[in-house]
Design a protein around this ligand. Structure first.
Ligand SMILES: *[C@@H]1O[C@H](CO)[C@@H](O)[C@H](O)[C@H]1NC(C)=O
Ligand SMILES: *[C@@H]1O[C@H](CO)[C@@H](O)[C@H](O)[C@H]1NC(C)=O
Ligand SMILES: *[C@@H]1O[C@H](CO)[C@@H](O)[C@H](O)[C@H]1NC(C)=O
Ligand SMILES: *[C@@H]1O[C@H](CO)[C@@H](O)[C@H](O)[C@H]1NC(C)=O
Ligand SMILES: *[C@@H]1O[C@H](CO)[C@@H](O)[C@H](O)[C@H]1NC(C)=O
Ligand SMILES: *[C@@H]1O[C@H](CO)[C@@H](O)[C@H](O)[C@H]1NC(C)=O
Ligand SMILES: *[C@@H]1O[C@H](CO)[C@@H](O)[C@H](O)[C@H]1NC(C)=O
Ligand SMILES: *[C@@H]1O[C@H](CO)[C@@H](O)[C@H](O)[C@H]1NC(C)=O
Ligand SMILES: *[C@@H]1O[C@H](CO)[C@@H](O)[C@H](O)[C@H]1NC(C)=O
Ligand SMILES: *[C@@H]1O[C@H](CO)[C@@H](O)[C@H](O)[C@H]1NC(C)=O
Ligand SMILES: *[C@@H]1O[C@H](CO)[C@@H](O)[C@H](O)[C@H]1NC(C)=O
Ligand SMILES: *[C@@H]1O[C@H](CO)[C@@H](O)[C@H](O)[C@H]1NC(C)=O
Length: 709
C-alpha cells in the first residue's frame, strides 16, 4: 500500500499531482493522460469478496460488494456506458475491478481504522477499486462517476487513497410536521449518496408549536401533530389516525433498503418527552397540565407507554442506533434523565441498540444528587444555550454529534433561521487555525476555546437538520430538496474532510448536477428547443386517438375525446393524456380551452400530474400534497381562454389570456399568533386532462409546455 494515507484531501504517490475537483474533493492526480470510460465494458467483482458486507457501519442491512457493483453498473448505464457486472479473480483490460483491502490502511481524523476508505487506480485500459469494505468501494464508485462527469467521459490516470475524516455525515429531515412520500426520501438518499453522505436522520413525530399563552386545552388537543409510522398492532391502536400520511412497515422497509443500497442509513427518531403532542392526543392523561406537548414523566403510565411504542417499532428499524428525541423538555430535569436512561435500558434490552438524544440538560458530576445520563447515550448538540459540547460532553467522555444551528433550515419562513442552508458558513472555519474551512469538530466558529482538536475521537461527525416549523402547507415536497440542493454538497465536502473552496463550489456543482443517479428531484424534461410539448387541435388535425406533439420531441399523447368540426377536443367524460408526468422549475404550461359547464364547483380538475393538480374550486387553484393553494380569480364560462401556469424560480403564477400574473401564495399560521404569506414553488401538472371525475365540460384547443418562464 501507499505510504501516505490520510483522510480526504491528502495527496500521495502521483508524480505531478494536482488537487482534483469533485465533491467531496479527492486527492489526486497526475496529468499524464486520461482513460476514456468508453473503453470500459465490464465491472468485475473479486469473487472471494462478492458477498462480503460491511458490519462496522450503522446499518444492519449492509449491501454486499456485488450488490453495490450492480447499482454502480446501472448508474454507468445512465451515462451511456453499457457495462456487464460479473465476478472474477483479477483486473483485465476494459474492466473496473472491485476488491477489498486492509482496513488498517484507511484512517479517520482520530487515527482509527475506517471501513469507508478506498483506493482508486486508473490506468490506460482499466480501473481498480480497493475498498476498506464494500461501503468504501461504493464511495469510490461515486468518485468514478463524478470524475467521468467532470471529465466529459474521461478519468485522469493515477492512484490515490481517500478516507472520510468523520463517520457520521448527513442530514436530518423533520417528517413529523410535514409528510413526505417514500419516493421523496429514497431520492434524497440518492442525492446525498452522490456526495458521500451516509446518514439520513428522519424525525418521525412532532407537533406544531403548542403556544400555551394562547391555546386552550381543546385547541392544543386539536393542533397539528403527527406520528408517521402506521402499525395495525393493537398496542398502538389510536396513536396514528392518518394512514395516507404515514409509512407502513413495508414502505419503511423499502425506504431503508433503497437508501442502504446507496450507502445511506436511515436513522429513525421518535421524539419524547418534549414535542410529544402525538402521544398526548392519543392519551391526554400523559400530558403536563401547563403544556400538553410535554409528557408528564411522573405519571405512572408515561414510561410504560413509550416503552410500548418502542417495542412495537424497534423491529422495523435496521440500524444500530435509534434516536429518542429528548429535545427541548422544560420540566423537571431529573424526570428527564430518568426517562432517557429508562429508554436506553429498554431499547438496549429489547433490541441491543444504542440511543441518541438532542443536547438538552447537560450532565453534572459535582452535584451528588443529580442523575446523569448514561455515557453510552450519544448526544446531538444543536445550540450553545442548551449545552457546551466540549465542556459538558466531550470532557465528560460522551460521544457527540455536531448539529449546531449554524446550518439549520426552517422551510420557507422563520423568525430565526434561513430557508436554505447557509452555504457560505461552510467556508468559514476554525478560529484556532486562523479561519480556513469549517469541519465537523468546529462547534463554534467564533470562539475557538469551545472547540476540541480536529482529531478528537468523541466527535462523531455532523448532521444538518431541516425543520418544518410552520407545518404541512408551508412547502411542497420538492422545496425541501431545493432548501438543501447546495447545502448537501457543501456540507458533504467538509463532513468528509474535503477542502473545496467557496469560489469553486457552484461551478463544480453545476457540472455534477447534470447526472446524479437514482433521483429525479428537479423534474426536468429533455427537450430539443424551449418548447417541450405542443398539442394544437385545429382544423385538419387527424381525428384518431393518437395526439401528435409538434415540439419535435415526440411526446405524442392519446385521447378518446371526440372532435368538433373545427378540430378541437370536446371534453365530456373523456381524457387527453400525455407521456409526461410533472415539470419542475422553470416552466410555462398553457391550456387553451373553453369551459362550457362546471359540474363540480368545488373540485373541478383541469389537468393533473404526478405532483400536482390544477383545479377550479371555483377559483384557480393548485393542489399538492393534500393542500389547496388558491387564487382569487375564477374563469369565465363559454369563452375561449388561454390559462398559463408559470413556474419561475421558487414562485408560481397564473395568467389568463394576456392579463397580469397572479401569484400562488401560502398563508402560514405562525404559532396561532398571526399569518405570514410565502411564495410556493409547485411543479406543473402535465399528465392528464379530463377524465370521468374531472367535473367540467368544454373544448380544448391547445396544450403547450415550455421550459422557460
Ligand atoms: C449492453 O451490452 C450487452 C452485452 O454486454 C448487450 O446485450 C446489450 O444489448 C447492450 N445494451 C445496450 C443498450 O447497448
Ligand atoms: C486473469 O485471470 C484470468 C483467469 O484466471 C487469466 O486467464 C488471466 O491471465 C489473468 N490476467 C492477469 C492479468 O493476471
Ligand atoms: C498502457 O500502459 C502500458 C504500461 O504503461 C503500456 O505498455 C501500453 O503501451 C499503454 N497502452 C496504451 C494504449 O497507451
Ligand atoms: C465531450 O466528448 C464528446 C465525445 O465523447 C465530444 O463530442 C464533446 O465535444 C466533448 N465536450 C467537451 C466540452 O469537451
Ligand atoms: C452542578 O451542580 C452544582 C450543585 O448543585 C452546582 O453548584 C453547579 O453549578 C452545577 N453545575 C453545572 C454545570 O450546572
Ligand atoms: C472515557 O472512556 C474511555 C473508553 O470508554 C475510558 O477508557 C476512559 O477511561 C474514560 N475517561 C474518562 C475521563 O472517563
Ligand atoms: C426564493 O428565491 C430567491 C431568489 O433566488 C431567494 O432569495 C429566496 O430566499 C428564496 N426563497 C425561499 C423561501 O427559498
Ligand atoms: C367534486 O370532486 C371531488 C373530488 O373528486 C369529489 O369528492 C366531490 O364529490 C365532487 N362533487 C361533486 C358535486 O361532484
Ligand atoms: C390525507 O387524507 C386527509 C383526509 O382525506 C386529507 O385531508 C389529507 O390532505 C391527505 N393527505 C395527503 C398528504 O394527501
Ligand atoms: C384575494 O383576496 C383577498 C381578499 O380581498 C386579498 O386579501 C388577497 O390578497 C387576494 N389574494 C390574491 C392572491 O390576490
Ligand atoms: C396574447 O398576445 C399575443 C401577442 O402578444 C397574441 O398573439 C395572442 O392572440 C394574445 N392572446 C389572447 C388570448 O389575447
Ligand atoms: C395553512 O395552515 C394553517 C394552519 O396551520 C391555516 O391557518 C392556513 O389557512 C393554511 N393555509 C393554506 C394556504 O391552506
Amino acid at each position: 500500500m501507499h505510504g501516505l494515507l490520510r483522510f480526504g484531501g491528502s495527496l500521495l504517490l502521483a508524480s505531478v499531482s494536482v488537487q482534483a475537483r469533485g465533491i467531496p474533493t479527492i486527492p489526486l492526480v497526475d496529468t499524464d493522460g486520461k482513460l476514456s470510460l468508453s473503453k470500459i465494458s465490464s465491472i468485475v467483482v473479486e469473487s472471494q469478496y462478492a458477498e462480503s458486507t460491511d458490519t462496522k457501519g450503522e446499518t444492519l442491512i449492509p449491501p454486499s460488494l456485488r450488490s453495490f457493483a450492480q447499482t454502480f453498473a446501472e448508474d454507468l448505464r445512465g451515462l451511456h456506458i453499457n457495462v456487464s457486472c460479473k465476478t472474477g479473480v483479477n483486473a483485465s483490460a476494459g474492466s473496473i475491478f472491485l476488491t477489498l483491502g486492509e482496513p488498517g490502511a484507511y484512517l479517520d481524523v482520530a487515527g482509527r481504522e475506517s471501513a469507508e476508505g478506498y483506493s482508486l487506480s486508473v490506468s490506460n485500459d482499466s480501473i481498480k477499486i480497493v475498498g476498506a469494505s464494500p461501503l468504501g468501494a461504493w464511495w469510490a464508485t461515486r468518485t468514478v462517476l463524478q470524475q467521468a462527469i467532470l471529465g466529459n467521459g474521461t478519468i485522469p490516470y493515477g492512484s490515490f487513497s481517500d478516507t472520510p475524516g468523520w463517520k457520521t455525515r448527513g442530514m436530518m429531515l423533520d417528517a413529523g410536521r410535514h409528510y413526505y412520500p417514500p419516493d421523496f426520501l429514497i431520492e434524497m438518499c440518492a442525492y446525498m449518496s452522490f456526495f458521500k453522505q451516509n446518514t439520513f436522520h428522519v424525525h418521525l413525530s412532532d407537533n406544531l408549536y403548542n403556544n400555551i399563552k394562547i391555546y386552550s386545552r381543546e385547541r392544543s388537543l386539536d393542533l397539528y401533530a403527527r406520528f408517521r409510522l402506521w402499525s395495525d398492532d393493537d398496542a398502538v391502536a389510536g396513536l396514528n389516525n392518518y394512514k395516507n400520511e404515514s409509512y407502513t412497515r413495508e414502505q419503511f422497509d423499502e425506504i431503508q433498503s433503497a437508501c442502504a443500497a446507496r450507502g445511506v442509513t436511515i436513522l429513525p427518531e421518535i421524539e419524547a418527552p418534549g414535542h410529544s403532542l402525538p402521544f398526548v392526543q392519543w392519551k391526554p392523561e400523559l400530558g403536563l397540565e401547563d403544556d400538553l406537548s410535554l409528557l408528564n414523566i411522573s405519571h405512572p403510565e408515561t414510561i410504560p407507554t413509550m416503552k410500548t411504542v418502542w417495542s412495537t417499532f424497534l423491529p422495523w428499524f435496521h440500524t444500530k442506533t435509534v434516536h429518542i428525541g429528548a429535545d427541548e423538555y422544560t420540566s423537571e430535569v431529573n424526570d428527564y434523565n430518568i426517562f432517557v436512561n429508562s429508554m436506553a435500558d429498554h431499547i438496549h434490552n429489547e433490541a441491543n441498540k444504542s440511543i441518541r438524544i438532542w443536547g438538552t440538560f447537560p450532565p453534572n458530576y459535582t452535584d451528588p444528587g443529580y442523575i446523569n445520563i448514561y455515557k453510552n447515550v450519544s448526544v446531538q448538540h444543536w445550540e450553545f444555550f442548551e449545552d457546551n459540547p466540549l465542556y459538558d460532553y466531550i470532557l465528560n467522555n460522551y460521544t457527540i454529534l455536531n448539529s449546531d444551528d449554524t446550518y439549520y433550515v426552517v422551510n420557507k419562513w422563520s423568525g430565526s433561521y434561513p430557508p436554505q442552508v447557509n452555504v457560505s458558513a461552510t467556508f468559514i472555519g476554525n478560529p484556532n487555525t486562523g479561519g480556513g474551512l469549517w469541519y465537523p469538530y468546529v462547534f463554534d466558529a467564533h470562539n475557538s476555546s469551545n472547540n476540541p482538536t480536529r482529531d478528537e475521537p468523541l466527535v462523531l461527525g455532523e448532521i444538518a437538520p431541516l425543520w418544518n416549523d410552520y407545518g404541512p402547507n408551508a412547502t411542497v415536497y420538492s422545496e425541501t430538496f431545493y432548501a438543501w440542493r447546495r447545502g448537501i454538497p457543501a456540507l458533504a465536502d467538509k463532513q468528509w474532510g474535503g477542502n473545496l473552496a467557496a469560489n469553486e463550489f457552484d461551478a463544480i456543482l453545476e457540472e455534477l448536477r447534470t447526472y446524479i443517479p437514482g433521483q429525479n428531484l428537479e423534474r426536468p424534461i429533455p427537450s430539443v428547443t424551449s418548447t417541450i410539448l405542443d398539442y394544437s387541435f385545429d382544423e385538419g388535425y387527424p381525428t384518431g386517438s393518437a395526439v401528435s406533439d409538434r415540439s419535435g420531441n415526440g411526446y405524442d399523447g392519446n385521447s378518446d375525446c371526440s372532435r368538433t368540426e373545427k378540430g378541437s377536443l370536446l371534453v365530456k367524460e373523456c381524457t387527453l393524456t400525455t407521456p409526461l408526468l410533472s415539470k419542475g422549475r422553470d416552466y410555462t404550461l398553457t391550456l387553451s380551452f373553453l369551459l362550457s359547464s362546471l359540474g363540480n364547483t368545488t373540485d373541478a380538475m383541469l389537468i393533473s400530474g404526478l405532483d400536482s393538480t390544477l383545479m377550479l374550486t371555483p377559483s384557480i387553484t393548485l393542489f399538492q400534497g393534500g393542500n389547496h393553494y388558491r387564487l382569487n380569480s375564477t374563469l369565465a364560462l363559454n369563452q375561449r381562454l388561454d390559462l398559463s401556469i408559470i413556474g419561475r424560480g421558487n414562485q408560481t403564477f397564473a395568467r389568463i389570456n394576456n392579463g397580469t400574473e397572479e401569484e400562488f401564495l401560502t398563508k402560514m399560521g405562525i404559532n396561532g399568533e398571526r399569518f405570514e404569506w410565502g411564495p410556493m414553488a409547485i411543479e406543473a401538472p402535465v399528465n392528464k386532462v379530463g377524465g370521468e371525475n374531472a367535473g367540467w365540460r368544454g373544448e380544448i384547443y391547445a396544450l403547450k409546455l415550455k421550459n422557460v418562464a
